[in-house]
Ligand binder design. Structure first.
Ligand code: FAD
Length: 540
């Protein structure tokens, strides 16, 4: 077994034999990527065989087959590789028959990355945006709409953008997984540069951002929209069990399609759903998975043979009391048992057991046939360890202006910022115009300020065809977008489903990511000393 190291954290080798896996583990590799299709040769170990051995040695395993031959490696495969590498525990060892295809894959990924970032090293950017997710792209688009001459760059390591609000529907067989993915390049607003790299650190005193490639960028104004970290490793045994043994999660697009397969396959037994401590993105997503699964089982006539348990680390079904009665009615309808103040701490996939820590110090072990996990979540490490973070790790901003409390040329929005709103794409839709306005006011010394009211929204899919549409701002204040006669968010409506299943995706891609601020224009106040008064024409 000859191993060639191509970069820090990435090596390649020829075909691994079953006996090599232990050696690979001893050498310290944490992730294996098998680039060889099965059945190329009679004496070749199967991917399933290697996966079992890798996982029992504590190594993460991915099969990303590449056909042998001179044809270029498809961009889709490079994107998949990129996504694996973004989350992979390092060091990674990739292999094929000779190591050649794995090497070509690495080179092709580097080519694409270099092409995207060429000429960017050491560059000064007027507005530098970190993250090409919902918040980063919506802000870039809102800024360009206001000022098409602005020099804007987005730093984003992934080649694929995810429409995450669609993942609940992937887990229920309503959306195909591909419907939630788009190439990053296709969504970068015209005139905005994309720097295909990851941020490694910040020096806000010097207006410097350090990239993983080693390059540095400087900026006049910085926007941080790097999302939230899914902390799978905080639950013992979870990572090893995901995608197997009846364990799944809609929080990762690699597993959401598996949720639907498992739901369809379960005819009897115990289905367990979990919710971690707040804050998490889309606080309703853990119970949405429960309702849509239960609805399917009810329609199939199997619900009577399936016990549903919802273990919730929190003490309430939903943080805003107005929506709780409608949700409780569905909990009763599906005869689900709700266990508050129970936090998932360990999963034993092969044994079919999950362990929960009760807030009263109790320790509960539960057997399951199906387990849908919503993982613990926290600020990304590179944010938490930066000078931009508050004590809890989030980017420390004023909750109304979204401006950093210590660095006035830094803004933040989306899941990564410290504001106490519901972390949703719906919140981003209202936050991006606020950030865009306030940045331009700052750059042009204009004396106005846009205000964010804490708006967030959660379409709770209580059954296929009906949604409880929660819309609220800071302090749980209800902020419905349309009058109750059109859509009453406190009860389950068909109009809510129409919105969730058919309209929100176009609103996301065609309005929000293009800078059209329909029903999202911010309230703008004139600033005079400490006094702020509404500006004529601004939305209140
Ligand atoms: P993201 O969209 O996650 O983007 C963050 C970006 O930062 C990513 O592209 C990432 O690659 C990038 N990044 C990370 N690290 C670095 C780095 N070091 N350098 C540079 N870039 C980096 N919201 C709703 O409004 N309604 C819903 O119904 C809904 N349902 C959901 C269901 C599920 C299962 C999930 C998972 C989410 C759901 N959401 C929903 C939440 C919504 O998707 C998020 O709140 C939203 O995407 C937040 O946007 P963001 O830009 O903050 O983060």
């Amino acid at each position: 077994m000859q191993i060639d190291t191509l970069a820090i954290g990435f090596s390649v080798s020829g075909q691994l034999e079953p006996g090599d896996v232990e050696r690979v583990s001893e050498l310290g590799f944490k992730t294996l990527i098998n680039n060889r299709p099965d059945d190329e040769a009679a004496d070749q170990p199967t991917s399933d065989e290697l996966k079992v051995l890798a996982e029992s040695a504590g190594i993460d395993y991915h099969h990303l087959p590449i056909e042998a031959g001179p044809q270029p490696i498809p961009v889709a495969t490079v994107n998949q590789f990129d996504a694996i590498m973004a989350d992979a525990k390092k060091p990674v060892l990739a292999f094929c028959r000779t190591g050649n295809r794995s090497t070509k894959l690495w080179e092709r990924r580097s080519d694409i990355s270099t092409k995207n970032s060429s000429g960017q090293a050491g560059r000064h950017v007027q507005v530098l945006i970190i993250g090409g997710g919902a918040g980063g792209l919506a802000t870039a688009a809102s800024l360009r709409k206001r000022d098409s001459d602005l020099d804007i760059a987005v730093v984003e390591p992934r080649d694929t953008h995810y429409y995450q609000p669609g993942w609940t529907l992937v887990g229920a067989g309503v959306f195909r997984p591909e419907a939630t993915l788009r190439p990053m390049q296709s969504l970068i607003p015209k005139g905005v540069s994309w720097i295909s790299d990851a941020v490694a650190g910040f020096e806000p005193q010097r207006n410097v951002v350090r990239l993983a490639s080693g390059a540095e960028l400087t900026y006049e104004c910085l926007v941080v929209a790097a999302g939230i970290k899914l902390d799978w490793d905080k639950v013992d045994g979870l990572r090893e069990s995901l995608g197997k043994h009846g364990v799944t999660s809609n929080y990762d697009i690699n597993f959401a399609p598996g949720t639907w397969q498992l739901v369809k396959g379960l005819k009897a037994g115990r289905a367990v759903f979990t919710q971690p401590p707040m804050p998490i993105k889309c606080a309703g997503a853990p119970q949405k998975a429960l309702y849509l699964s239960a609805d399917y089982w009810q329609r199939q006539g199997t619900l009577k043979d399936i016990d549903i348990d919802f273990y919730n680390a929190g003490g309430v079904l939903f943080g805003v009391p107005d929506y709780v009665p409608a949700l409780e009615a569905y909990i009763r309808k599906y005869d689900a048992n709700v266990h508050f103040n129970h936090n998932l701490v360990a999963v034993d996939g092969p044994g079919g057991k999950a362990r929960f820590a009760g807030s009263d110090g109790s320790d509960v072990e539960v057997e399951f046939d199906f387990l849908h996990v919503s993982p613990p979540q926290c600020a990304p490490d590179f944010i938490r360890e930066s000078g931009l973070a508050n004590e809890a790790g989030w980017v420390d901003v004023d909750q109304t202006t979204l401006r950093h409390v210590r660095y006035p040329n830094v803004y933040s929005l989306g899941d990564v910022c410290s504001t106490p709103n519901a972390k949703t794409a719906a919140a981003v839709r209202k936050q991006a115009p606020v950030v865009a306005h306030n940045i331009l006011a700052m750059l042009s010394n204009e004396n106005t300020v846009a205000q964010y009211d804490g708006y967030g929204s959660c379409p709770l899919t209580v059954e296929r065809g009906r949604v409880v549409l929660a819309e609220f701002g800071y302090g749980g204040k209800l902020l419905p977008s349309v009058p109750a006669w059109l859509l009453n968010g406190k009860s389950a409506t068909r109009a809510g489903w129409l919105l969730k299943a058919h309209l929100l995706k176009p609103i996301y891609y065609d309005l929000m990511l293009k800078g059209h601020e329909w029903l999202a224009a911010p309230e703008i106040l004139a600033r005079s000393g400490d006094e702020s008064t509404p500006v004529a024409g601004s939305q209140t």
